[in-house]
Design a binder for this molecule. Structure first.
Ligand SMILES: Nc1ncnc2c1ncn2[C@@H]1O[C@H](COP(=O)(O)OP(=O)(O)O)[C@@H](O)[C@H]1O
Ligand SMILES: [Mg+2]
Length: 901
C-alpha cells in the first residue's frame, strides 16, 4: 500500500484549512461523495497521536526513536547483528545516499590542500607535526586514490531505530538496554528529542528520511551494514550440531544431504575438535550410521565402551592384527582386485621403505606378484577368494631370494617390520573385523615412526572392507596431517575423500596443524572435497592461512581468534554460521576429555576407573622359520609346504626334556650361551625373532631376561623404562665371567624347581649342567660371538612359543627396539661380506666343536607344535653355512627366485 506523505501529522496553517474545506453544498463533483465515504485510511489510522518531547503515543503504544550519530572507525561483517537480533521488536530505518564522486573529489582536494598547508607551515616554523593531521592526510589520499580509480564509491548513510513499548516504564527500560547494546558496538545513539514525529516517520516503511543525520561511508564500510547476514542452518533432517551464535537458532544438519558427506575440522589443540566429532558420531549413530575412528590418543575409549563398540588397539603384542596383503572382500564388480591391492601395497612399501628408485620399484613389483603367486594367488578371482593371502614376511623372503643387490637392500629395510623393533603389528594374518556400530582403531601404543604406516594400513583395511557392503558410515581420522606428510599417503586419503560418496561414506579429517594440512596440495584438495568445514579456535600464527583458504572476513578472523571451546564457524555448502557446540549433560560425560571431570566421573563410578587392560591372551604368531625362505625346490617349483598348509612337525622330544644333556655335550666357551636356548623356546615369537640372529650370543649374561613378558600391554615398541639396566643398553657389553656363572646358576635352580612341568617363561627351561670353570673363567671375545652365532641361530627359529609366559614374569623383556639394534649391528657385521649368504664367511671361523652339537640341538629345541620343515634342520648343519643367518638361502634357492627377474 502506498502511503502518501502522512498528512495526519501535518499541522496545517489555519487559513489553508479554511480554504480547503469546501462545504458539502459547494462540492458537486463525484469526489465529494468519495470524501464522505469510509476509506482504508480511516480504518487504519489511529484516533489520535500524542507527540511528546521524547516519545509519541499512538493508540496505546509508546514509541521512541533513536538516531545514530557516531560510528566506530573499523567494523567487521555483520556488525549490526546484535541490533538486528535484539530480543525486543524494533523498527529500524537505514538510508543509503549515493554521492557523486566528482563532488567528493573536489571536497577532498580542498581538504587535502588544507592539511598539506598545515603540514607545510609546521615544517617552516620548525614545529612538530600533529600525528592526527598526518593520519587524516593519509586517509584522504587513500580515499582519493580509490575514488579516482573507481574501486570505491562514496555514500552517505543514516540509521534510525524506533522502539515500541506498552508503557512508558517499559519504553525507558528498553531504551537503556538498546543504548547499551549500541554502545557495545561503539555506536553513539541519541534520542531524537523534539523531533519525534519526523523521527518516527523516518522508520515507517515510507522510505522518507526526515531526520537526515548522515555519515560518510565508502562502499566497503557500507557493505558491512547489510543487515540480513544471520543465516539459519536448520533443516528438517539431520542432527543437532550446536547453537547458532548469530540468533540463537539451532544448527540442525544432515551431512549426507550434501553432494558429499566429508567434513574437515581445523582448530588448535584443546579447542574442542574431538568433542565436536564425538558428539556428532554419537548422534549420527542413533540414525543408524556406522562409525569408524582412527584414534591417536585413546580418547575415544569411554565412548566406544559405552556404545558397545569394538576398540582395537595396535601394538606389537596385541592380538589385533591387520595383514596389509589381505585380499578378502575387495571383490568389486569389474575391478581387478589384485591389481588394486598391488597399487596400494606399492604406496605402503614406499611409506615403509622410504624413497624407492625406479629399479627398486620394479623389483618390488615383481616381488609382490611373486609373493602372491607363491601363495597360489593370481589374477584369477577364484584364487583371490579361496587362498590364504601372504604376509609381510613372505615378501621379505622373496626379496631376500632375489639376486639383485637392490632387493637385498630392500629386504634389509623391511626387516625391522618383521623382526625388528616394529615387528608384530602388521606382519601377520588379519585378526580383526569391522561391523560393529563403532570401531575404534587406536595407534597410541605404536611407535611414532610407525604411525603414518599404521594410518595407511588401517585406512586401506577400512577402505577395503567398506567397499564390500554398502552402509551409511562415518570415518573419523584424528590428526590427519600424519597422512599428509608423505605424498603417497596424502594421495591415498585424498582418493578416499573423492570416492567416499559412492560408498555412502563420510570422511571426517581432523587436524590441528593447519599449516601442514593446507600446505599439501592433497590437503587443500581434501578441503575442497569436503562439503562441511568446521573451524574452531585458531592460533594467531595459523589464522592468515585459514582466512586465505576459507575466504574469511576480518570479523570472522577475529571471531576464530577469540573463540571459546566449542565455538567457531560452521560451513555447510553455501551456508555458514557461527556455532557453539553444546552437548547434554549425559553426552558430555561420555565425551569430555577434561582430566578433572574424568576423575570425578570415575569416583562416581560412571565410567570405568581405568580403560580395561585389554590384553587378552597373546597368541604368538608363527613367523620366521628359516625354511620358509626356501620357496622353491631344486627343480624350481614352488614347494608344496610353502603354501598355506602346515608343514609336518619334526618328531622331537618335549622341549623341557632335551636341554639338559645338550650343553654338556660341548663344554666349549660357547656353552656359556647354551642355557638361553631352552628359555627362548617359551618366548613368544615377537621376542624370539630378534634373538635368533644375534641375541643369543651377543648378550650372554641376560638369557633369562629374554623371556618377554607379554601380558602387560604397554611396554611394546618403546618402553625403555621396563628394561633392566643392562637390557636397556643397546651396546653390547662384554659379560663378565661372574655374570655368566650367576645367570646360569639362577637358571638351573629355576629349572630344577620347575622340571617336569610345562615350562613357562618364569619357570625357565630345563637345567643346564654346571659350566666348566675354565669356560666361566674366560670372558667371551668378539671372535667367539661371531662363531657362536651360526650355531645358535638355526635352532631358534623353530623354537615356537607354546605356552604363555606367565604375566608376572619378573624379568623385563627385551624390547623390540633393542632387538633391532642388535639386528642392525648384526647385519652390519655380516652383510658387507656376502649379502645373500650372510653367514658364509663365518663357517670358516667356526670351530669344529660347534658344529657337532648342532644336530643335537635342533631336535631338542623344536617344540612339537612347531611346524619345522623336514628339510631345514638337516640341511643346515650339512651345508655348514648359512646356519647362522636365518634367512640365508642355499644356492638352489637363489637360482629359483631369480625367476623373479
Ligand atoms: N563444546 C564444548 N563444551 C564443553 N566443553 C568442551 C566443549 N568442547 C570441548 N570441551 C572440553 O575442552 C577440552 C578439550 O577438548 P578436545 O575436544 O579434547 O580438544 P581438541 O580435540 O581440539 O584438542 C575437553 O576437556 C572438552 O571436554
Ligand atoms: Mg583431540
Amino acid at each position: 500500500m502506498k502511503l502518501p506523505p502522512l498528512t495526519i501529522f501535518k499541522k496545517k496553517p489555519k487559513t489553508e484549512a479554511k480554504q480547503e474545506k469546501p462545504t458539502p453544498e459547494e462540492s458537486s463533483s463525484p469526489q465529494t461523495l468519495a470524501k464522505g465515504m469510509v476509506n482504508v485510511r480511516d480504518i487504519i489510522a489511529p484516533s489520535a497521536i500524542e507527540v511528546d518531547f521524547n516519545h509519541i503515543k499512538i493508540g496505546n503504544t509508546y514509541y521512541r526513536t533513536l538516531f545514530v550519530s557516531g560510528y566506530p572507525r573499523f567494523v567487521g561483517a555483520n556488525w549490526l547483528s546484535p541490533v538486528i537480533n535484539f530480543d525486543h521488536s524494533l523498527d529500524i530505518g537505514m538510508f543509503y545516499y549515493p554521492v557523486k564522486s566528482k563532488g567528493v573529489l573536489d571536497d577532498l582536494r580542498k581538504k587535502m590542500t588544507e592539511l598539506e598547508a598545515t603540514v607545510l607551515s609546521n615544517n617552516q616554523k620548525g614545529r612538530l607535526q600533529d600525528p592526527a593531521v598526518i593520519a587524516a592526510l593519509e586517509d584522504a589520499k587513500a580515499l582519493q586514490d580509490q575514488l579516482v580509480k573507481g574501486i570505491e564509491k562514496f555514500f552517505q548513510f543514516s540509521f534510525y531505530i524506533t522502539i515500541p513499548a506498552e508503557s512508558l516504564d517499559e519504553l525507558e527500560h528498553i531504551t537503556t538496554k538498546l543504548e547499551s547494546t549500541l554502545g557495545s558496538l561503539l555506536l553513539i545513539s541519541k534520542t531524537a528529542t523534539l523531533q519525534m514525529e519526523e523521527a518516527f516517520q523516518s522508520t515507517i516503511p515510507s522510505a522518507m528520511d526526515k531526520l537526515v543525520v548522515t555519515r560518510n561511508m565508502d562502499t566497503t564500510s557500507l557493505a558491512t551494514t547489510f543487515p540480513f547476514t544471520s543465516s539459519n542452518l536448520t533443516s528438517d533432517d539431520g542432527i543437532l550440531y550446536g547453537i547458532n551464535r548469530h540468533n540463537g537458532s539451532l544448527v540442525i544438519f544432515d551431512r549426507f544431504s550434501l553432494e558429499n558427506a566429508n567434513t574437515v575440522v581445523f582448530a588448535k589443540s584443546g579447542s574442542g575438535k574431538s568433542y565436536l566429532v564425538k558428539l556428532e558420531a554419537l548422534r549420527t549413530m542413533i540414525f543408524g550410521a556406522e562409525i569408524m575412528i582412527i584414534d591417536v590418543e585413546e580418547e575415544y575409549r569411554p565412548l566406544c565402551d559405552i556404545v558397545g563398540g569394538d576398540y582395537i588397539s595396535f601394538s606389537s603384542n596385541s592380538p589385533s592384527k591387520i595383514n596389509p596383503f589381505d585380499l578378502s572382500g575387495i571383490a568389486v564388480e569389474g575391478e581387478n582386485e589384485l591389481g588394486q591391492k598391488l597399487l596400494s601395497l606399492h604406496t605402503l612399501f614406499k611409506l615403509m621403505l622410504g624413497e624407492l628408485s625406479p629399479t627398486e620399484e620394479a623389483i618390488l613389483d615383481r616381488a609382490l606378484i611373486e609373493t602372491y603367486r607363491i601363495k597360489g594367488i593370481t589374477t584369477d578371482p577364484v584364487t583371490q577368494k579361496t587362498k590364504e593371502p601372504p604376509v609381510m614376511e613372505d615378501l621379505y623372503k622373496v626379496l631376500l631370494g632375489a639376486e639383485e643387490p637392490e632387493a637385498k637392500g630392500m629386504a634389509e629395510r623391511l626387516e625391522k617390520y618383521i623382526k625388528g623393533s616394529l615387528a608384530g603389528v602388521f606382519d601377520a594374518q588379519s585378526t580383526i573385523n569391522i561391523g560393529s556400530k563403532m570401531t575404534v582403531f587406536s595407534t597410541k601404543n605404536l611407535e611414532d615412526v610407525l604411525r603414518p604406516v599404521a594410518f595407511f594400513i588401517i585406512l586401506d583395511f577400512i577402505w577395503t572392507r567398506i567397499r564390500k557392503d554398502l552402509k551409511k558410515r562415518i570415518l573419523i581420522v584424528e590428526e590427519a596431517w600424519n597422512l599428509l606428510q608423505r605424498e603417497d599417503s596424502a594421495r591415498f586419503i585424498y582418493g578416499i575423500a573423492k570416492r567416499a560418496r559412492k560408498y555412502y561414506l563420510g570422511l571426517t579429517t581432523i587436524s590441528q596443524d593447519v599449516d601442514d594440512f593446507l600446505s599439501s596440495e592433497y590437503g587443500k584438495a581434501i578441503v575442497t572435497n569436503s562439503s562441511i568445514q568446521i573451524l574452531l579456535k585458531q592460533h594467531p600464527a595459523a589464522i592468515d592461512k585459514v582466512a586465505e583458504t576459507f575466504y574469511l572476513s576480518e570479523g570472522e578472523k577475529r571471531l576464530l581468534l577469540a573463540a571459546d571451546k566449542g565455538e567457531g564457524l560452521f560451513f555447510a555448502g553455501a551456508n555458514h554460521v557461527s556455532i557453539k557446540v553444546v552437548a547434554s549433560d549425559a553426552e558430555h560425560k561420555l565425551i569430555t576429555t577434561n582430566p578433572a571431570e574424568i576423575l570425578k566421573l570415575r569416583e562416581e563410578g560412571l565410567i570405568t576407573s581405568k580403560p580395561p587392560a585389554a590384553k587378552p591372551a597373546y597368541t604368538p604368531v608363527e613367523r620366521f622359520e628359516p625354511d620358509k625362505y626356501k620357496t622353491m625346490d631344486t627343480q624350481g617349483n614352488v614347494r608344496p609346504e610353502f603354501a598355506a598348509q602346515m608343514r609336518p612337525a619334526q618328531p622331537t622330544p618335549m622341549p623341557q626334556q632335551p636341554a639338559a644333556p645338550q650343553p654338556s655335550a660341548a663344554p666349549t666357551p660357547i656353552q656359556a650361551q647354551q642355557p638361553p636356548k631352552p628359555q627362548i623356546q617359551q618366548i613368544p615369537q615377537a621376542a624370539a625373532q630378534p634373538q635368533q640372529q644375534q641375541a643369543g650370543p651377543a648378550i650372554p649374561p641376560q638369557p633369562p631376561q629374554q623371556a618377554r613378558p607379554v601380558a602387560p600391554p604397554s611396554p611394546p615398541a618403546k618402553a625403555p623404562a621396563t628394561f633392566t639396566p643392562q637390557a636397556a643398553s643397546d651396546e653390547y657389553k662384554e659379560p663378565s665371567a661372574e655374570d655368566i656363572l650367576k645367570s646360569v646358576k639362577e637358571m638351573s635352580s629355576q629349572m630344577s624347581a620347575g622340571l617336569g612341568q610345562k615350562p613357562t617363561a618364569t619357570q625357565g627351561p630345563p637345567p643346564p649342567p654346571p659350566l666348566q670353570p675354565s669356560v666361566v673363567g674366560q670372558p667371551l671375545t668378539f671372535a667367539d660371538r661371531m662363531q657362536t652365532r651360526p650355531q645358535q641361530t638355526p635352532a631358534l627359529p623353530v623354537s615356537q612359543p607354546v605356552s604363555q609366559p606367565a604375566p608376572g614374569t619378573p624379568k623385563p623383556a627385551e624390547t623390540p627396539s633393542q632387538s633391532m639394534n642388535f639386528a642392525s649391528r648384526w647385519i652390519g657385521l655380516n652383510n658387507p661380506q656376502q649379502p645373500q649368504q650372510g653367514s658364509q664367511p663365518r663357517p670358516t671361523q667356526q670351530p669344529a666343536q660347534q658344529t657337532t652339537p648342532q644336530p643335537q640341538q635342533m631336535p631338542q629345541t623344536q617344540s612339537p607344535q612347531t611346524q619345522t620343515p623336514p628339510s631345514a634342520p638337516p640341511q643346515q648343519p650339512q651345508s655348514g653355512q648359512g646356519q647362522g643367518n636365518v634367512f640365508s638361502l642355499d644356492s638352489s634357492q637363489q637360482g629359483d627366485v631369480s625367476s623373479l627377474k
